[in-house]
Design a protein around this ligand. Sequence first.
Ligand SMILES: [Zn+2]
Length: 403
Amino acid sequence: MDLLRFFCGALLAALFSGSLTAAAPTAAARTAPPTFAQREPGGDGVVFDTRFAGARLDECRADAPGEYTVVVRPENRPINDSAWFAFKVSAATARTITVRLQVEGGAMRYLPKISSDGLAWFPLPAEAYARGANAGEGILLLEVGPAPLWIAAQEMVSTERLTAWVRTLERLPYVTRGEFGRTHLGQPLQKLEIGTGAKHYVVVFGRQHPPETTGSLALMRFVETVAGNSDLARSFRREFSVLVVPLINPDGVDRGHWRHNVGGVDTNRDWGRFTQPETRAVGDEVTALAQSARLWLHLDFHSTKTDVFYTQPDTKPAKPAGFTKAWLEALQERLPAYTVKRSSTTTPTLTTSHNWAHATFGIPAITYEIGDDTDRALLQQIAGAAAEEMMKKLLALKAAEQP
Ligand SMILES: [Zn+2]
């Protein structure tokens, strides 16, 4: 009875505050894991499997011999239209099957990728993929057999892979790894600190949004370049340190979410509000760092339809002044065949990490967006060049500040 009264009260309070229409986090908004582990919908030896971290497949059924419909749903709603899917399929004997993939409440944003081991991925070619009857449907022609075939929206960059990457970088003498905070599901968040003790920091965030694996690929290359063996990187690390939080939403990544954390919230609309354990822990970490060191720059890696840098307008004061413009111009000069796109029409009221970092610390704060379909070799080239040009600009700006 008390519980009922509590819920009624909470509902009324929510109605009056208008928070039912906002992405208000409540315990009730917690998301659920994928609905099944393994199914053989036709009884014909063709098996759909979600028993791995990052899987997302909510339903499957057999329509006819060799033809199946599978359905994915978002973790909760409302939600950004970025339908993630990931599952394995195998068959008792080698055969070609047709899979009708349906997205509930969204469109097929991603061209399906396949893999035989979860590590090497290949986009499904035009011969094996067609758009369905509507934007929320794709038709996949898959060659399956006893060895499972992985199908996913993008090449997977799992928590396990990012952790292995962090553990490898940690072996470098000027890199330390740490854990801080806890996610909704109790996982520790991981951080890397790169440098030789300089109290001048660049802060790098990654993977607030689970499907945005091109953002992770760019972050890794960017950080590897700063942690590399070049003369430039060595000079940079004498003057600057880098704090990297490569995976802010590991729960969402593990559960195959489209966008949110397990609290059912878009963490990149929670900066400054800090209603979620992940944003609160990362916010506290960066705020504590700013007490004992000077922050120079904040970068947050994401993915969207095209490559674009979301920045503050040049007219907004930031210290160091002029970094963003100089950096992106240098990058453009470096890559003449590529167009560096910048958007500074951001909404300052949006509670994104870059608005928070700029408002709180007065530093240039940039969301680094990689296209979903950006050529992966080009992605590596751009991220490496962006890291090098950032190091050059920051070194020059710091030298210019010396008396
Ligand atoms: Zn994003």
